[in-house]
Design a protein around this ligand. Structure first.
Ligand SMILES: [Zn+2]
Length: 135
């Protein structure tokens, strides 16, 4: 991924397993991308939407999906532009199996909203991450 000049904040987490066990001591990395970075990424989504829409356009019966694709990509573009805090990564101990690890949180452009759901890569139990402090 391209490096952007952004500050990374470490947010302390409370991790709760779907079994009910809870631990504190996890940490999430929250990134606040600049307006320029968000606009650049948003434009990428929009350009992808236009390209995808144009590819479907000449195909009979399927051209309708091109319009839908363009609209979906436009919504993603607007959301990207409005996302001021991104949940980049999270790590911590699993309350169920006790092993330390990082948690999968999408492709690195998920809005930083808590609670966030993920799972343990060791025991696959469902986990809910909650920020101990307000972000
Ligand atoms: Zn686990």
């Amino acid at each position: 991924m391209r490096s952007e000049n952004v500050e990374v904040e470490a947010i302390p987490l409370r991790i709760r397993a779907s079994s009910g066990a809870t631990v504190e001591g996890g940490q999430a990395q929250v990134v606040r991308p600049s307006l320029v970075a968000r606009a650049r990424r948003s434009f990428g989504w929009l350009a992808g939407g236009v390209l995808g829409g144009l590819l479907f356009l000449p195909v009979p019966l399927v051209h309708f999906f091109g319009v839908v694709f363009f609209l979906v990509m436009s919504v993603v573009a607007v959301k990207t532009l409005g996302t001021t805090a991104v949940l980049r990564a999270a790590k911590g101990p699993c309350p169920a199996c006790g092993r330390e690890g990082s948690f999968f949180l999408g492709l690195g452009w998920r809005p930083a909203k808590f609670p966030a759901t993920t799972s343990c890569k060791h025991c696959s139990i469902g986990l809910t991450l909650t920020a101990i402090e307000e972000i």
